[in-house]
Structures are given as C-alpha cells and as structure tokens.
Design a protein around this ligand. Structure first.
Ligand code: PMV
Length: 340
C-alpha cells in the first residue's frame, strides 16, 4: 500500500469562462485569483491487485458519495489514454473541503485539481520518477475534469485560454500570471458573502450549454476577449479603478447571459442585489476600493487590497452580514505559494 496527497485551492474568476466547445475548450479566455483558505485536500491510497483492471473506492468527508464517485469514474474512462498506470491497482480516495460543505461555494475547481494532482503523483510513484509534477499537464488534465479547475494549479493568478499578449497562453491549459502581477493584487482579499447555501437550480454544465445558440453569445465572447487583454494590462500596472470596472462588468454580464438564455434563469437573489448596491454606495462615499464579483450563484465575493482590510471588515460587519444566510461569510485571501 502506498499513498499520496494533495491540497488544491478554489479560484474566483475576474474575467469569466462561460461557454465551451469540443473537449472542454473555452469559448473565451478567463483570468482568476487563486484562493488560499477555500481548498480541497485529497488523499489517495493504492495497493496492487492481481488483475489488469483497477477498482475505485471514494469517500467525501468520511462518507460514500455515489454522485462524485460516478463523476470520477466517468472522467477516468473518458480520459483513459492518460491513466494507463492505474491498471492493476485498487484505489481509495478520500477528499474533504476546508470550507463548509453547505456554504454554496462551488468546489469542483478545487476538488478536481486536487484529484488530478494526486493521480499525477501516483503516476510518478508507479514509474519511480522523482521529478516534480508538471503543472502544465496537471492544468490540462484538470481542465478535462472541470474547466475552471485548469486555473487552480497555480498560485496568485492564472490565465486559461489563448490571448494575443501572453505568448504561451493556450485553450488547452492555464498559465501562471504571478510573474507579471503588480504586488497590490498579490495581497488581495476575497470575502465571500454567503447569501444562500442551497445547491444551484441550474448547474454550470447546463449553463455552458445554454450559450450554444444564445443570441448574445458572440458579443459576450468578444467582450470577454477584450476584457482579458485589458485586465492583463491592469494587473501589470496596478490600476485598481479599472480593475473594479472590469470585475463588476464581468460579474453582471455572466448573470445577464443566464437571464437572456433560452430558457432564461436566474441564480442571483434579492440579497445579492442588495449587497451589490451597498458595495457601490460605500465605495462612492468612502473611496475605499472594494468591488464585487459573482460566481455562477448568489454569493457575493468582495475583492479589495490588503490596506483596505480593516475598513472593509467593519463595513461587512455593520452593513452586509445582515443580508447573508445566518450571518455567514468566508474570509479568504489570494494564495501566494504552491502547496500541491
Ligand atoms: O468550471 P465550470 O465548468 O464549473 O465553469 C465555471 C464557470 C464560472 O465559475 C461561472 C466562471 C469561471 O471562469 O470560473
């Protein structure tokens, strides 16, 4: 019996990936912050069996999870050309999240990248290869499991999708942006206001597919491509005002796509909009550079630099928490080191 483990973080996109084609290829590039406190920890144990197949046992936070197990099995079958080393092994995988299970925080980026990192470590063990895991390969294989997971393997910020100003950018895998990011963004906070902890009524898988034939799709992809190039410049020069413009416009456009798809749907709630209004009012009155972004759900991510931390925390406590489910929020920051 031998075991490997990995920790992989969640990420929050500033330019959003929404719409895909082919084998999990994005219809536009996306850029995200890698988070440090919201992560998945995965332990993989393997022992030899006498067959040339493999078996899989999966536990999520100590309990069987048939839904997640099925997802992993499908992933391993669909991508079997990369996982030949599993032959002849009994595999036990145990996974847990650092954030509350019922917080409504999407965990597939963290969980799928943690799984892939474990599998790649196992491959190295089987092949007696002592070189470190190739993060580009980890990103590519994570993408095949869950698109946004491609970005979770790098610290600070990552770009997934080909864009003219970054020569090694690709639709196949994400690339790290840490070397070009102004220090101000490396200290960013993401305080996640939990408006609802219910499972989403429409999954991201369905949401992506509703972009096919969407009347505003081409315009959306063009805006996202332009915002990617704008954001790369902003990240280099540290222009927080333009960062705020891009982040908020991207968040609202993501939800506009949902509102105008066929059938239309909405994931934001009354309190999501209330919090957005309060953030904008507060910024206007105080000049504290806090802004919001949204994932595919009702929770509001408040983004701000470290030197605004005390003020924003006070604002959250006094004005925002009353609109959160059970006064719940997750206090996260950008991750600056690779944990793997
Ligand atoms: O990785 P998926 O297929 O769950 O899609 C994620 C899409 C968004 O979270 C809404 C945006 C993004 O770029 O992360």
């Amino acid at each position: 019996m031998f075991s490997v483990s990995s920790i992989s973080p969640s990420n929050i996109a500033i330019v959003k990936y929404w719409g895909k084609h082919g084998n999990q290829l994005p219809n536009n590039p996306s850029i995200s912050f890698t988070l440090s406190r919201c992560h998945t920890e995965t332990l993989l144990k393997a022992s030899r069996n006498a067959t040339d197949g493999y078996s899989l046992h999966f536990l999520f936070e100590g309990n069987e999870s048939p839904k997640f197990k099925e997802k992993i099995e499908k992933y391993l079958i669909d991508n079997q050309q990369y996982f030949g080393f599993l032959k002849g092994l009994d595999i036990e995988i145990e996974s847990s999240n650092s954030f509350p299970h019922s917080s409504g925080i999407a965990s597939s980026a963290a969980s799928m990248s943690a799984l892939v990192l474990c599998l790649l470590k196992l491959e190295k063990y089987v092949n007696q290869d002592v070189t470190p895991v190739d993060l580009r390969k980890a990103s590519m294989l994570s993408r095949l499991a869950s698109g946004s997971a491609a970005r979770s393997v790098y610290p600070v910020m990552a770009l997934w999708g080909a864009t003219p100003s970054v020569s090694d950018s690709s639709d196949d895998y994400a690339v790290p942006l840490a070397d070009m990011v102004n220090p101000i963004f490396k200290s960013y906070h993401d305080s996640i206001m939990i408006v609802s902890n219910k499972e989403k009524s429409v999954s991201s898988r369905v949401g992506h597919s509703l972009m096919n034939g969407h009347p505003l799709a081409e315009q959306r992809y063009k805006t996202a491509r332009d915002n990617t190039e704008r954001l790369i410049k902003v990240l280099q020069c540290g222009d927080i005002q333009e960062f705020i413009e891009i982040a908020e416009a991207e968040a609202l456009q993501l939800h506009e796509m949902m509102a105008t798809s066929n059938p239309p749907y909405k994931l934001i709630e009354h309190n999501t909009l209330k919090i957005i209004d309060l953030v904008r009012e507060y910024r206007h009155e105080t000049n504290v550079p806090v802004c919001f972004t949204l994932d595919a759900g009702p929770n509001v991510h408040l983004l701000y630099p470290d030197d605004s931390d005390a003020q924003v925390k006070q604002f959250i406590k006094e004005s925002i928490l009353q609109y959160c489910n059970d006064y719940q929020y997750i206090d996260d920051v950008v991750q600056n080191e690779v944990k793997l």
